[in-house]
Design a protein around this ligand. Structure first.
Ligand code: NAI
Ligand code: MG
Length: 498
């Protein structure tokens, strides 16, 4: 296939500045309130679209539609039919992938070099869930009751799922919620992030085109405090699948208490990435750098606490800084660009705020540490890859999620103490170990309290391998057969045969 040319915002069919409605019950509708909000390109400030702003009333309509759909013809779809639907949806996404990845780039800033590279993963996810649709099974279980009593389990879809996603990877995040729902026979009300609603809306169009019945997938853009909160609290939602900050995760758990809905949470982190002196340094430098700089650091599992063995600390940190300096920062619509802008003014203020915090705490920025404003960069929310050296464990830049391209480099000498230090965080999402010593690698893989451990690599992901958090990084798993279980109920059936 010929490589698509970058599409400028005013030629993108879905980001031409026009009005976008929300998807409820297979229909494109305005918000009940008539309100709208704007979505802008964070690299240029340009208006991409005016979007219907959903709130409680629209969430109510969408949940009612999702409930009707759950009980309607959708409930009669066989696993094979759901599988075919997912495969058709995947084919359509493949056909439109350049358009979708460009839309992600325009709406939230990640460079095309990144959004396009996600193609195999996104398609692989949908096709993995398609496979899962025909692999759902209960068990027959031997029991010890007297007489003849037969027991078995049925797996049933959990019902109406409220999916609340962030802006850092709208396409992937949407698929990660829609895929398991379609595989299991659930229905979805998807609430995209206010910063990046366009790709999820376009996916809603493609879902209809694929033949997803009305009401099975509803997309209601709007703000977290209104639309998101209404979805989390809704008495007729059976499960909330959330990705975002731990603070919002806590609000969602509280809101869910009204009907004790099921909740899965994929939250943030402050993941340790550990480099031993015996590591393959040429591999570890770009690995550790991109573990944080990729997507401008806006990745939940970014390896932001970089622990480096003392005797190679200066050399290694210097090389990571050098690598960061060599990355091309700019408008991600340029295919050469490696680092795009942050998503919003809010995130820019947050990240530059941490630049100040780091300096005040006595860490030194070996590279970066200041907003970029030269030329066109001034129109967007650009910060450079940044490496703070001389960071101590207790500093805020070593404890708090910054969500920017900011490495906090910490030195260590004692490997035993290191386990304690690496685990001394409220989070537990990702972690990395760079070493040539197999036994060291295994020891750390076991000792680190996090949902993923990457050895001599970072951020490896596959639809078949579960991903999720320990501690305040949340609970529940996405990807893998575990993910599908999150969307299923288990029913025990007892049959007296005597
Ligand atoms: P957020 O967690 O507030 O937003 C994520 C989603 O939750 C959005 O769709 C938002 O509208 C919704 N939301 C917000 N408040 C809600 C509420 N009360 N009830 C229901 N839904 C609600 O994250 P935000 O504000 O975009 O970013 C703030 C910080 O959160 C970032 O700087 C970063 O540290 C962290 N974050 C972590 C992410 C991750 O993947 N782990 C993703 C996004 C943000
Ligand atoms: Mg927020």
């Amino acid at each position: 296939m010929a490589q698509a040319q970058p599409i400028s915002f005013n030629r993108h069919p879905y980001a031409d500045g026009s009005a976008k409605k929300m998807l409820i019950d297979g229909q494109w509708v305005n918000a009940a309130s008539g309100k709208t909000f704007e979505s802008h390109n964070p690299a240029t400030g340009e208006l991409l679209a005016t979007v219907a702003e959903g709130d409680k009333a629209d969430i109510d309509s969408a949940v009612a539609a999702a409930r009707r759909a759950f009980e309607g013809p959708w409930s009669k779809f066989t696993p094979f039919e759901r599988q075919n639907l997912l495969l058709k949806f995947a084919d359509l996404i493949e056909k439109h992938f350049d358009e979708l990845s460009t839309l992600d780039t325009l709406d939230m800033g990640a460079p095309l070099s990144r959004t396009r590279a996600g193609k195999l993963r996104v398609l692989g996810m949908l096709r993995f869930y398609a496979g899962q649709a025909t692999s759902i099974h209960g068990e027959t279980i031997e029991n010890s009751l007297p007489g003849e009593v037969f027991s078995y389990t049925l797996k049933e879809p959990v019902g109406v799922v409220g999916a609340i996603i962030p802006w850092n990877s709208p396409l992937t995040a949407s698929i990660w919620k829609i895929g398991p729902a379609l595989a299991t026979g659930c229905t979805v009300v998807l609430k995209p992030a206010e910063e990046a609603p366009l790709t999820p809306l376009r996916l809603g169009e493609l879902a209809l085109e694929a033949g997803v019945p009305p009401g099975v997938i509803n997309v209601v853009p709007g703000y977290g405090e209104t639309a998101g909160a209404a979805l989390a609290a809704h008495p007729d939602v059976d499960k909330v699948a959330f990705t975002g900050s731990h603070l919002t995760g806590q609000a969602i758990v509280k809101a869910s208490a009204g009907n004790l809905k099921r909740v899965s949470l994929e939250l943030g982190g402050k993941s340790p990435d550990i480099v031993f002196a015996d590591a393959d340094i040429d591999a570890a430098v770009p690995g550790a750098a991109m573990a944080v700089f990729a997507n401008s650091g806006q990745i939940c599992s970014a390896g932001t606490r970089l622990f480096v063995e003392q005797r190679i600390y200066d050399e290694f940190v210097g090389k990571v800084a050098e690598f960061g300096k060599g990355l091309k920062v700019g408008n991600g619509i340029d295919p050469e660009v490696q680092i795009g802008p942050l998503v919003s003014q809010e995130q820019l203020s947050r990240v530059t705020g941490y630049f100040d915090v780091g300096q005040k705490e006595g860490a030194s920025a070996v590279v970066g540490g200041k907003r970029l404003t030269e030329g066109n960069l001034g129109k967007g929310y650009f910060v450079p890859p940044t490496v703070f050296a001389n960071v101590r464990d207790e500093m805020r830049i070593a404890q708090e999620e910054i969500f920017g391209p900011v490495i906090s480099a910490i030195s260590f000498k004692d490997a035993d103490e290191l386990v304690k230090r690496a685990n001394a965080t409220n989070f537990g999402l990702g972690s990395g170990v760079w070493t040539r010593d197999v036994s060291k690698a295994h020891k750390f893989a076991k000792a680190i309290r996090a949902g993923s451990v990457w050895v001599n690599c970072y951020q490896a992901m596959d639809p078949a391998v579960p991903f999720g958090g320990y501690k305040m990084s949340g609970y529940g798993r996405e990807s893998g057969i575990q993910h599908v279980e999150e969307y299923l109920n288990v029913k025990a059936v007892w049959i007296k045969t005597a």
